[in-house]
Design a protein around this ligand. Sequence first.
Ligand code: F6P
Length: 366
Amino acid sequence: MKDMKKKSRIAILTGGGDCPGINAVIRAVAKKAILKHGMEIIGVEDGYEGLIYNRHRRLHYNDVSGILTLGGTILGASKNSNPYRFGIQKGKNVVFKDVSRKAIRTAKALDIDALVCIGGDGTQGIAFRLLQDGLPVVGIPKTIDNDLRGTDITFGFDSAVAIATEAVDRIHSTAEAHHRVMIVEVMGHHAGWIALYAGVAGGGDIILIPEIPYKIESVAAKVKERHRKGRRFSIVVVAEGAKPKGGDVVIKKIIRKSADPVRLGGIGFVLQDALERMTAIESRTVVLGHLQRGGSPTASDRILATQLGAKAVDLIIKDDFGKMVSVQEGKITSVPLQVASGGPRTVPLDHPLVAAARSIGTSFGD
Ligand code: F6P
């Protein structure tokens, strides 16, 4: 590594799943580093994969100008490239190898003063290990799931909630016209943030989140009660990680090459079958899936990404490595990386939004 005082070159990577706002944050980091500190920026391609396979490119001012509103990431992302547990296909099998030395060699050869790792808990966990192995790392939180410890909010979340809310709004008219139960399944992994926020914003009658295991009898009872009262349709907003009391999540897919192989999905169809059987009311399911990760970020996400990106450069300038920039009580601050990698931040059972929703008659199926 170079003399840490000079701060002449930094590298940026975007790990894990993409989300709206990543390009906004790349832009903020790069513009501030270039304009204020005269640094060179290296973009590492496809998350940690670019470090493992030595794939990167110089990002000039013009590369990061005009990308504020762009969805996705100009650097590419990868969910299967943990350098400490890298899955390699060997015939029909996948074997996991520690290729971190290769990744660290790439970073050192780039002669960088800092590596900026933009990502969720998986990405921040790897960043923490790279820090322990000697790389000067700064983390920036991103995920639609909003489930990162150490920060009150992640960019990407507001955009996902906006997309899911619009979907719930649109589902209302067709549900009402056909007197159906319409189930909208949203993402969120093992956290119910998206379902809770979009459920409340969209006026869902029943919101099912992983943190509050549901009883199918209670869900059916709520649908029937609405029917009796003349509301002949119901909207259920269900998180992909929701599960019945004493039961388990529904798994859509296992990605064998991934260090985090389970992909959730399909709970909506399970609910649909059970509710049709128990209520004799026709039901349909809409799975929003990756729509929630696509497209342009909301104004809030653009603002948050810009603030977090600018703060990350301040940490680099101060040699304040091993931190993830974050939001706490409305202030832009930072936390040690190990806080961010300590497992998912789920919805607390006493969250005020849960209480407010319950108070206006929304069911959580418990
Ligand atoms: O973490 C973001 C997320 O979209 C989760 O909400 C979801 O469970 C998962 O990623 C989907 O992963 P993939 O893009 O591999 O299908």
